[in-house]
Design a protein around this ligand. Sequence first.
Ligand code: NAD
Ligand code: TYD
Length: 358
Amino acid sequence: MSTDFILVTGGAGFIGANFVLNWVAQEGARPVVLDKLTYAGNPETLASLQGDARHQLVQGDIGDAALVSRLLTEHQPRAVVNFAAESHVDRSIVSPDAFVNTNVVGTFTLLHATLDYWRVLDASARAAFRFLHVSTDEVYGTLGPDDPAFSETTPYAPNSPYAASKAASDHLVRSYFHTYGLPTLTTNCSNNYGPFQFPEKLIPLMILNALEGKPLPVYGDGLNVRDWLHVADHCTAIRRVLEAGRLGETYNIGGNAERTNLQIVQAICATLDDLRPGARPYASLVTHVPDRPGHDRRYAINATKILQELGWQPSIAAEAGLRQTVAWYLAHQAWVDGVRTGAYRQWIDQNYSARGNA
Ligand code: NAD
Ligand code: TYD
């Protein structure tokens, strides 16, 4: 059998596509991407791989058992890396159904089809196989200002439908290891930023709004804290866990970069003042809007386990990574134009007009 393939679900989204690009550059092995191509999935992000025989994009749903089984049988991958998910908290508040369907039922279907595939592999392929599930720190809930950062033993306490659906998927993955012996790994990481992020999330939304002279809608007092991790560091961490993670374990991945939302927005504005000066400082566009319901106050990651066991730590400092990201959006107008379709404008209207800031 070939052990040259990996199946990457959600590989046309922000982190999945960065992972695929990074994988092809570093490993030379062949990723088969399974992606439903929802509003967040974008084949353009993988355009640089077009015509490259090492990569294949299949449009389809992780909840389609027959399709998943066919892809596994056909390609005989040595790993499944599951990025596929509905990923935006605000959308999960407006329409939670898709989050339960994809993140819970879809992950279950993918897991079970993988188990059926794994069970009939020969002994050496079965021993080498990995199912890596990409999850989030949001499953742990929210922290007070002086609470210790989330570790792998922090109890789950998800607060949004998005976080609850990811928590459910993590539990299913855990159960497939303990019950059936499927060789699983789970990573829980903090907020990612970097190239190719869909501009519904804080950092690209603020960059693009600022460039258009639109208000920069900061929820509530803007003092919610997130830990920020550059997507390239996240991809390196996933590769390291895939390579050497202990089976059935979870690994927290963080950027050692806790910042308030206002600090992030101000840093974006200062970078734009420098790289693309306007008539007025961009920070004059900051507008406080009504808060997100159930808005978690603080996330922080204790990434000691992955450092001690696997020797991984982030390499991109937040300020440098943020500046590089702002510069990336300035230099990739065609990609930006491509993702800001009618559906995108409809979401922006829906989310921000309710806050009086369309
Ligand atoms: P994204 O929304 O940019 O991409 C998700 C991808 O999954 C899209 O390409 C979409 O088309 C695809 N998809 C959605 N439903 C699918 C289905 N049913 N079948 C197949 N494909 C489907 O998300 P992202 O930011 O790249 O996040 C990737 C993963 O990382 C998610 O599991 C998310 O929970 C997790 N994560 C993200 C962050 C972050 O800051 N972005 C942080 C921690 C964890
Ligand atoms: P987001 O990028 O949606 O990630 P998450 O909710 O998964 O952490 O939001 C990051 C932070 O930025 C979060 O505290 C909510 C806040 N935020 C705003 O203040 N304004 C916005 O328009 C958006 C999208 C987010």
